[in-house]
Design a protein around this ligand. Structure first.
Ligand SMILES: NC(=O)c1ccc[n+]([C@@H]2O[C@H](COP(=O)([O-])OP(=O)(O)OC[C@H]3O[C@@H](n4cnc5c(N)ncnc54)[C@H](O)[C@@H]3O)[C@@H](O)[C@H]2O)c1
Length: 252
């Protein structure tokens, strides 16, 4: 398949890391449908000048199966079969910029984080699989976190649990979908300056910076570059992998 004929769905692709992923894929010639719950971020999104008509933004909740069907219908009718899926959308609820202690965490909050961060990725992968299988080519990239490696230090137990679970989802789907020409990989970003990271005190982010050998916090583009590679033809032998992109703050 030529890159120009590809269509990607990027969840949470209207701001932060997801927005950088959207822009990276557009620059590679891939058409993109963004599925994002934040209507203000969707309204603020300005497509690159050379991508007019190649990006469509849809208000959707990845935890809702019906919303997924709507997003995929939009993608198919606008650009054709979805052959790239980036499961990026996630939430990390905090209280006054601090993690919610697990002993005080309401079950509703736990369930909502699992629904968005984990079930959302499962639903997306499940629903794009038939189209990718028919095309004989597909790329699924799940955005996990360094928290999956180290435990969540700033975020709560729900966030840490879902990010680790995404690695199991990734590896299991890599077995299942590999024979169909579809690769499934995960990226575990370290600290990346986005609205999510800005929800904690600046001292916390600066303390994290001190532990990063390259001497800086990450940018959304740092993560997007890895995703762009994993979504490319060149990455066809990378399957079930977890790519740590963290400036050296955790080395496996
Ligand atoms: N920022 C970091 O330091 C960092 C580190 C490691 C991993 N990550 C991961 O990177 C990804 C992006 O994080 P970010 O920092 O850009 O976060 P962010 O909060 O800035 O952006 C997340 C995006 O997801 C969207 N979203 C949230 N819930 C949604 C839902 N139910 N349905 C659809 N869209 C929804 C939001 O509207 C937003 O556009 C997440 O998976 C996050 O866990 C971030």
């Amino acid at each position: 398949m030529s890159a120009a004929r590809r269509c990607a769905v990027v969840t949470g692709g209207a701001r932060g890391i997801g927005e950088a992923i959207t822009r990276n894929l557009l620059a590679r010639g891939t058409d993109v449908v963004v599925a994002d719950l934040d209507e203000a971020a969707i309204a603020d999104f300005r497509p690159p000048a050379d991508a007019a008509g190649r990006v469509t933004l849809v208000t959707a909740d990845v935890a809702e199966e019906g919303d997924w069907h709507r997003v995929l219908d939009v993608a198919r009718s606008a650009y054709g079969p979805v052959t790239v899926l980036v499961n990026n959308a996630a939430i990390s609820p905090k209280r006054d910029g601090q993690r919610t202690p697990s002993s005080e965490m309401p079950l509703d909050e736990w369930n909502r984080v699992l629904a968005v961060n984990l079930t959302g990725a499962f639903l997306g992968a499940k629903l794009v699989h038939p189209g990718m299988k028919a095309a004989g080519w597909g790329r699924i990239v799940n955005i996990s976190s360094q928290a999956a490696r180290t435990g969540a230090r700033v975020a709560g137990v729900h966030y840490g649990a879902t990010k680790a679970a995404l690695l199991g989802l990734t590896r299991t789907l890599a077995f299942e979908y590999g024979p169909d020409g579809i690769t499934v990989n995960a990226v575990t970003p370290g600290r990346i300056m986005t609205p999510m990271a800005a929800a904690v005190a600046d001292e916390v982010n600066q303390a994290m910076r001190a532990g990063i050998p390259v001497g800086r916090l990450g940018t959304p583009e740092d993560t997007a570059a890895v995703v762009g590679f994993l979504a490319s033809d060149e990455a066809g032998f990378v399957n079930g992998a977890t790519v740590d992109a963290n400036g050296g703050s955790w080395m496996g």
